[in-house]
Design a protein around this ligand. Sequence first.
Ligand code: PLP
Length: 431
Amino acid sequence: PEVSAPHGPGVAGLLDLDRRHVWHPYGPMPGRQEPLVVESASGVRLRLADGSGELVDGMSSWWAAIHGYNHPVLNEAVRAQLERMSHVMFGGLTHEPAVRLAKLLVDMSPDGLEHVFLADSGSVSVEVAVKMCLQYWRSLGRPAKRRLLTWRGGYHGDTWQPMSVCDPEGGMHELWSGALPRQVFADAPPAGYEEAYAAHLRDLVERHADELAAVIVEPVVQGAGGMRFHSPAYLRVLREVCDAHDVLLVFDEIATGFGRTGALFAAEHAAVTPDVMCVGKALTGGYLTMAATLCTARVADGISRGEVPVLAHGPTFMGNPLAAAVACASIELLLGQDWRAEVKRIEAGLREGLAPAAELAGVADVRVFGAIGVVQLDHPVDMAAATRAAVREGVWLRPFRDLVYTMPPYVTGDVDVARIARAVCAAAREG
Ligand code: PLP
């Protein structure tokens, strides 16, 4: 049947069906807000189905679309792979796109990460990271080491185990706090280096070392939990104390990976190699859902010495060839250009364009790091009003909590970066 037939024509019909049947992220059912219907996307622009025009994307579809939309190279990678094989099971079979992707990831990631598990979303890659760590200690005869230490203000995904290491207070998963595995929480890291905070981290890891499997953190940028930036020196502190006390170190680079902070991976700012690293989002340039969990030989060897010497995880769509092919193309596209210069250019544009926000009433902080710009309010943002203000400026933003923020595609030109910055200021003023 025609999708819109029983509920009226075109956009109104779609919205009616959407409201009745479709869950959106963190949404009620039936839906209360009217989402914008996107008809197509190209470059950095989203074309709206209601005929009202285009919006410049200030979100990269949540950190993912680093090369923008409808990119000819990425389109061709999917098309060519589609002609060969869209999917095949990964148990007992392998294929060139997955193998090539694993090799690319190993070559580009911090030295020492050698093995790659191809997961199907960021949350699953965190699940796999946690399983790797717990299984490592179990294999070594230390099953009591099964808790995780993380810092407040973090966000690692929406499935069960990742939820347990998200910010437990006022965070997105507060509803579940009593039911989730009990983890160890350090205070959120301050922006600059403070010896007292480093001591706090050392102390917590030392005290809980017997029960800790791993420390898991978002390096340098805490994303959805608060869009906070902190000194890379804390990563070195964690590396030292984890090594000293037999605790594994996991970096969740799902948001920060692939250049967003001005380094390929945020770990590079500290010259630290974690034992396990999660990537996702921009891995496929935002084209298809895929993530990956990388680990060192130490972790893999430990697991293979156990009573159950395999990593017991294997999703149906593991290593999907279409996603792997476009991930390879996206990485090659990134590495084949001066991406550092593009990120620096966007950083400079955001710094200049967001500076006026610091003068606005109700603004608590303005910060920019790499191709990420944040205006923090001193009150919860009125999401609907702030979004409307950005849309009026011709820009797509998704403000939340007390934050109006942007992480544009790296291909965003200077004029559009300035426009995004104006929209962030307008959203901060009206939200
Ligand atoms: N970890 C971090 C740092 C993230 O920012 C996110 C998503 O926002 C996730 C994990 C979860 O990834 P996904 O939404 O693909 O499951």
